[in-house]
Write a protein that binds this ligand. Structure first.
Ligand code: DGL
Length: 267
């Protein structure tokens, strides 16, 4: 059982930020990644549609015989994590809870900003998760739909990107937040640019890093950490629902390493 892979699901390429953290923290683990590139973005879709897509993704990963599933997509985690957990025979981990816990640990002013897709922000799940731990924390949320295309275009250090960051985030800074939760798969790539605009005094919470820690804790507590060391080429497999070439091009930038074993599948 412990030598089985970890399944990672995302609406597209962004979940690779979570895979990258898992690879760094747990180098002995193999990952089966599924990106629903044919139907991305999920962030502007209805909860019903997102839930239907997510169940198809989960079914695919379970059919790949994974020992644990990570829902790397904030939008899916915000929409239907409980339902997915209730319909899986292996643990299903989302990204909201880890991010919320880290935000509570980080803030001292008790004013936390949360950014994500339209759907994630509308769901208010970060608010509930943070307030459940500390009801005194005030949360200011903002949907930042332009960040995803800018990041996928590789525009991390362009004037247009700095202006967009300032337009979205300066109002949150003026409200006095001291912590900002990066509630979307893609946003960790913008960390240096956001830090440059907001200043180092605002701490950025990277849900991908936090989630990787929870994955390790969960596998450890279940005795499922992989003890063996598989050769790298045999370890990670990538499945997409469309355009593997584009996924490879953007994905290698996200991962900072080569993507092998990529295959197009129908869900
Ligand atoms: N993966 C999505 C998220 O983390 C961003 C891209 C999308 O809208 O599908 O919310």
């Amino acid at each position: 059982m412990s030598s089985k892979p970890i399944g990672v699901f995302d609406s597209g390429v962004g979940g690779l930020t979570v895979s990258k953290e898992i690879m760094e923290l747990l180098p002995h683990e193999a990952i089966v990644y599924l990106g629903d590139t044919a139907r991305v973005p999920y962030g502007s879709k209805s909860p019903e549609t997102i839930t239907r897509y997510a169940f198809e993704g989960l079914k695919f990963l379970l059919s790949m015989n994974v020992k644990l599933v990570v829902i790397a997509c904030n939008t899916v985690s915000a929409t239907c994590l409980k339902e997915l957990q209730n319909n899986s025979n292996v643990p299903v981990i989302g990204v909201i809870e880890p991010g919320a816990r880290a935000a509570v640990r980080t803030t001292t002013s008790k004013k936390v900003g949360v950014i994500g897709t339209e759907r994630t922000v509308k769901s208010k799940v970060y608010e509930s998760a943070i307030k459940e731990i500390d009801s005194e924390i005030m949360i200011l949320s903002k949907a930042c739909p332009l960040f995803v295309p800018l990041i996928e275009e590789g525009w991390l250090d362009k004037e247009a990107t700095y202006l967009t960051i300032a337009e979205y985030l300066m109002p949150l800074k003026k409200e006095g937040i001291d912590t900002l939760v990066l509630g979307c798969t893609h946003y960790p790539l913008l960390k240096p640019s956001i830090a440059r605009v907001l200043g180092e005094e605002i701490k950025l919470v990277d849900c991908a890093k936090e989630t990787a820690r929870i994955v390790r804790e969960t596998l450890e507590s279940m005795g499922l950490l992989n003890q063996g060391d598989l050769p790298y080429e045999e370890k990670h497999k990538y499945y997409v629902t469309d355009n593997p070439e584009k996924f490879k091009e953007i994905g290698e930038r996200f991962l900072n390493k080569k993507i092998e074993h990529i295959e197009k599948v129908r869900l």
